[in-house]
Ligand binder design. Sequence first.
Ligand SMILES: C[S@@+](CC[C@H](N)C(=O)[O-])C[C@H]1O[C@@H](n2cnc3c(N)ncnc32)[C@H](O)[C@@H]1O
Length: 269
Amino acid sequence: MATLAPTSDFSPIAARYDATRDVPEDRLRACYERLIACGVLPEQGLVLDAGCGTGQISLVLAAMGHDVQGFDVSREMIDIARRKVRPEWRARYDVADVRRLPVTDVSVDAVVVSKLFQHVGDWQSGCRELLRVLRPGCCLIQVNDRGAFGNVVRRHFAARADALGFDERFPGVRDRTAFVAFLAGQGCEEIAIDVSDLTWSKSVVYGEALAQIEERLFAEFWYLPDGAYRRILDETARWVDQQVEGSLTIQRMTPWLTVDVFRKGGRHG
Ligand SMILES: C[S@@+](CC[C@H](N)C(=O)[O-])C[C@H]1O[C@@H](n2cnc3c(N)ncnc32)[C@H](O)[C@@H]1O
């Protein structure tokens, strides 16, 4: 069997994932209710969550009454997702790579995906696989939480990495244009839906942001060599100390949701 291109398996940071990334459930529920009202997400049926991680974006759908099937390459992330499933929900979480899913052709009523494709080398195979399992006329929905991770400490670290020439930090999708063009080439229709009014508040303490980078919690920086990582981290720590309130400085942020919706060609039936 051919070897797959690199992909970022989140097992090493699974135990820390939910504490450091979160989208409020009520915002997600409001987003899904809007997608249902717009006719791109069915009120019932099977929803596949690709690269589901700890189930953050699909457990809400299970609570809303959908059948959910999540897949992730990380056994540790899947174990956490499974522990969150309530007995009355119809939700399963299993280990599988998005590029080789153990799912029958045209059997899924919607696909949700969040923060996956930047991590997957040969992401085009993943998209093809999701379109293979999706019924004609049904949608691939990418849910994005914007503005939640771009705190200034992380941006400072990233800018230093850029300056040292480590500016291609993801194995997968790097720009949205290529992603949209690929799906259009697969016969998908892009449907514009605005959910950017779904915002929330978040505060970031610089010292904690720095500690999270030190813990190597962000896959964006996993591909930096250790020596460069240490140098950039030390420089970023000095920069944090120079701020007026040093590591106690707080940044208040207002993240928001966006969605990318692609309808698979063919008649629904
Ligand atoms: C940033 S996390 C997003 C998790 C979840 N979608 C969320 O929004 O919280 C990316 C996830 O994709 C998983 N992943 C990476 N490459 C994958 C692949 N080729 N197939 C399936 N999952 C993959 C990682 O293990 C990780 O759990």
